[in-house]
Design a protein around this ligand. Structure first.
Ligand code: AMP
Length: 286
C-alpha cells in the first residue's frame, strides 16, 4: 500500500494503473476508521482492480462553530486498517494541498436536497462536501466511488452532482454498519459519555418502532413522523434536530407511505450530533 500526499503524485500513480486497463474504486473519508469505512473499502476491493482511499478532514464542510479542530484523527491507525483490507493507495493531503491560496471555486447543489434535513442545521455543509468530492473525483478519476447509506442525504447530493455535471463515475451506496446493539457506527461516537452512548440507542430504536408501525399498516407519514418525534423527545439526553419522512431522490416530504420512503433522524447527545436512517420499501399491494 502506498501513501500519497500530493495531487500530482496521485495523478502519476493512477495514470500508470489506468494505462494498464485497471479499474479504479475510490472511497472518500475523513478518517478515524470503523467497520463502516472498512465495509466501503471491501466493496471497492471486491469490484475494482485498484482501491484508493482518501483521508481528509475537509474544513469547508464544517461551520465555524462545529468540530473541525476536535474531529477525531488517528492516521497511523487508519493506515494499518486500510492495509489490512487490501487498499492500494491512501491519499492524505494537507488542507493547503487541497485548498491552495486564492481558492475561489465551489460546487453548489441547489434545491430541496441541500435545503432540508441536515442542511437546515448545517448551512454551507453540502457546498463543502460537493466541492471536496468534486475535487477528489477530478484528482482520482475513479470508475466507481463508494459512499455509506449512513449519510443518506450526502449520497443523494453526490448522486445529483454526478448526474448534473456529467461526471464519469458510478456512485455505489453501501448499507449502514451498526454496533452489536444497533447504534450506527460513526467516528463521532467517541464524543459520547457512557450515559449518552446508551441514550443514543433511541435513534435506532425509534426507527425500528417506525418500521413496526408501518408493518402494522400505518400509511400516514405525518403519524409516523409524530411518533418518531415523541419517542426521541422522551429521551432526556437527546436533543432532537429533525425527523423526516421523505422520498429517496428529492427528499420531498411524503404524505402517504408508498413506494420507497426514507425515514431520517438527527439528534444531539452532549456534543455529539448523530444521524441515522432507514429506507422503507412498500409494494403496491402492501
Ligand atoms: P466519514 O469519514 O464520516 O466522512 O465517512 C466516510 C464514508 O463512510 C461516507 O460515505 C459515510 O457515509 C461512510 N460511513 C460512515 N459511517 C458509516 C456506517 N456506519 N456504515 C456505512 N458507511 C458509513
Amino acid at each position: 500500500m502506498r501513501i500519497l500526499t500530493r495531487v500530482d503524485e496521485v495523478r502519476r500513480a493512477l495514470a500508470d494503473d489506468r494505462a494498464k486497463g485497471r479499474s479504479i474504486g475510490f472511497v472518500p473519508t475523513m478518517g478515524y476508521f470503523h467497520a463502516g469505512h472498512l465495509s466501503l473499502m471491501r466493496a471497492a476491493r471486491e469490484t475494482c482492480d485498484i482501491v484508493v482511499v482518501s483521508i481528509f478532514v475537509n474544513p469547508t464542510q464544517f461551520a465555524p462553530d462545529e468540530d473541525f479542530g476536535s474531529y477525531p484523527r488517528d492516521v497511523a491507525r487508519d493506515k494499518r486498517m486500510a492495509e489490512e483490507v487490501g487498499v492500494d493507495y491512501v491519499f492524505t493531503p494537507t488542507v493547503e494541498e487541497m485548498y491552495r491560496p486564492r481558492h475561489a471555486t465551489y460546487v453548489e447543489v441547489e434545491g430541496p436536497v441541500t435545503g432540508v434535513l441536515c442542511a437546515a442545521g448545517r448551512p454551507g455543509h453540502f457546498r463543502g462536501v460537493a466541492t471536496v468530492v468534486a475535487k477528489l473525483f477530478n484528482i482520482v478519476e475513479p470508475d466507481k466511488a463508494f459512499f455509506g447509506q449512513k449519510d443518506a442525504q450526502q449520497a443523494i447530493v453526490i448522486r445529483r452532482m454526478v448526474e448534473d455535471l456529467d461526471m464519469p463515475v458510478e456512485v455505489v451506496v453501501c448499507p449502514i454498519v451498526r454496533e452489536a446493539d444497533g447504534l450506527a457506527m460513526s467516528s463521532r461516537n467517541v464524543y459520547l459519555s457512557e450515559k449518552e452512548r446508551q441514550a443514543a440507542l433511541v435513534l435506532v430504536e425509534t426507527l425500528k418502532a417506525a418500521e413496526e408501525m408501518i408493518g402494522r399498516g400505518e400509511r400516514d407519514a405525518g403519524a409516523v413522523k409524530s411518533a418518531i418525534e415523541r419517542l426521541i423527545r422522551a429521551e432526556p439526553l437527546a436533543c432532537l434536530e429533525y425527523a423526516s419522512v421523505c422520498d429517496t431522490i428529492h427528499l420531498d416530504d411524503v404524505q402517504e407511505m408508498k413506494g420507497e420512503v426514507l425515514i431520517a433522524v438527527a439528534a444531539r447527545f452532549g456534543k455529539a450530533r448523530l444521524i441515522d436512517n432507514t429506507i422503507i420499501r412498500l409494494k403496491a399491494e402492501d
